[in-house]
Design a protein around this ligand. Structure first.
Ligand SMILES: Nc1ncnc2c1ncn2[C@@H]1O[C@H](COP(=O)(O)OP(=O)(O)OP(=O)(O)O)[C@@H](O)[C@H]1O
Ligand SMILES: [Mg+2]
Length: 460
């Protein structure tokens, strides 16, 4: 026994050193490890198991084929499994039902997983695959599988081996006017919030799910841009006060918010008149030197704006809702953008909230405690998006489901920007803080109230 151990010792040592080297390589450079070691193994496993996996997921087709059998013991497995009638002992070659998998294309490696094309069988649609993505991810032992895109008769699946959102390394940066890179998508692409394509955003999530951290990232990116920032923080200003140096106005009480909204409505009337004088329908078609500054209104905890302590506040609340809705309707044309955060944005806060929510077409849903909030945020999207929102773990704050401008949804995570870092960015850019005089540079007669009410924004 001792002799055997002594003989094996060098081999065991080499094996241990080799395994340790692989583990270190994987830790230090997971991407190259995956491409060189993990991917070839995974690709082989996917090809070799595809017949069973597609059959198990109900994606294979049953076909009649000639198979050689040995007295009931099939040479090719499926013959026995799918045959119910008694097999005459003398017959060796029989027609049996077998599973034929859909044709799998070449598996291509990606930094975070792999991509593969599948030919749809007659009668199959991408929805058949969309319904089986969780099954596929378990069968392939990967973190997730998504339908990447499809063409008639063909679709592409993308598998992500490990959750790429465990650690975010993408920096937060300014990505052009009114565009901020705030984190990373599950596809490893940067997560960009772009107000020019989607002007208004709704960010929901349970407490401690990462809403304010995302707001920090946005403020960090927007602070260096020539835009006016206005904050509504009805949690007594705890969330937005650190950035006051860069904010044109910070309102922490409802009365103050109403006054700011009135100012913004007055500004929209001026911008409307300016556009009319230049015969254009929005400020982006104005000559550069005549274009007023874009304004981004950040609202943290929208529910506070709509909560009623007593009946006397009812009028103020409904006036606020009406103004916000009108601002949202006209925002894109006249350079006013809304970003609204809230734990719950449901009809229990009043009828105005539902109408406002409908105007906020950009949706970001963090971890939620109740399916209803996910529904309120992502309700009109793919049911898989709702399911993904419910599966966000509590130990991954900042992970969210993000509805992109391409009409798809993505799992994403914001880069962690602590308050101190966002505050430093706001303070460093305090010289870019626009005063109300700089926001309201338009020197024309404003449109009348009636003209304001009747203006129909261009929805194209
Ligand atoms: N992207 C992220 N990466 C890592 N940690 C994060 C991220 N986002 C948030 N966190 C952690 O979660 C904590 C809570 O985040 P945050 O304050 O943004 O939550 P919230 O949704 O605004 O909560 P509340 O509704 O109570 O205001 C942060 O202090 C931080 O530690
Ligand atoms: Mg918060």
């Amino acid at each position: 026994m001792t002799h055997l151990l002594l003989t094996l010792a060098p081999y065991l040592g080499i094996l241990t050193a080799f395994t340790a080297a692989l583990a270190v390589w994987n830790r230090l450079h997971p991407v190259s490890f995956w491409l060189a070691v993990g991917f070839p193994y995974k690709a082989l496993a996917v090809y070799l198991t595809w017949t069973n996996v597609s059959a198990g997921c109900g994606l294979a087709r049953k076909r009649r084929r000639w198979r050689l059998t040995l007295d009931g013991v099939p040479v090719l497995g499926p013959a026995l499994i799918t045959t119910t009638h008694v097999i005459p002992p003398t017959r060796k070659l029989r027609r049996v039902t077998v599973d034929t998998p859909p044709r799998l294309g070449l598996i291509r490696p990606l930094a975070t997983g792999f991509r593969v094309a599948v030919r749809l069988d007659d009668g199959q649609t991408p929805d058949h695959y969309a319904a089986k993505l969780v099954n596929l991810s378990h069968a392939w032992r990967v973190h997730s599988v998504r339908v990447l895109d499809w063409k008639p008769g063909r679709l592409r699946l993308q598998a992500t081996v490990r959750d790429p959102l465990t650690r975010i390394t993408t920096p937060v940066k300014d990505d052009g006017l009114l565009r901020v890179q705030v984190g990373q998508l599950e596809t490893a692409a940067p997560w960009v919030i772009d107000f020019t394509t989607i002007p208004h955003w709704l960010i929901t999530g349970a407490t401690q799910s990462g809403k304010s951290t995302l707001l920090n990232a946005l403020i960090t990116g927007l602070a260096a841009q020539p835009v006016a920032l206005i904050g509504f923080d009805l949690k007594g200003g705890v969330e937005l006060t650190p950035y006051a140096a860069r904010l044109t106005e910070l309102a922490t009480e409802r009365g103050h918010c109403v006054a700011v909204l009135n100012k913004l409505i007055a500004e929209i009337k001026l911008r409307m008149a300016l556009c009319r004088a230049h015969h254009v329908r929005d400020i982006w078609k104005l000559p550069d030197n005549a274009r007023p500054m874009p304004v981004v209104l950040l609202v943290d905890e929208v529910a506070e704006l709509f909560l009623m302590a007593d009946k006397s506040e009812k009028e103020e609340i409904s006036a606020t809702a009406v103004q916000l809705i009108r601002l949202a309707q006209l925002g894109r044309a006249f350079g006013l953008y809304l970003l609204v955060c809230g734990q719950r944005v449901g009809s229990d806060l009043g009828p105005g909230v539902t109408a406002l929510r409908a105007q906020l077409s950009g949706r970001i849903c963090h971890r939620v405690n109740d399916p209803e909030t996910a529904n309120m945020t992502l309700g009109d999207m793919d049911p898989a998006a709702l399911q993904a929102a419910r599966l966000i773990p509590a130990d991954m704050p900042g992970v969210a489901i993000f509805a992109a401008s391409d009409g798809r949804w993505y799992r994403a995570r914001s880069a962690y920007i602590p308050e101190a870092q966002a505050e430093a960015a706001a303070t460093a850019n305090a010289h870019l803080r626009a005063t109300w005089d700089q926001v309201t540079t338009v020197s024309v007669e404003p449109v009348t109230d009636a003209e304001f009410e009747q203006f129909e924004p261009d929805v194209s």
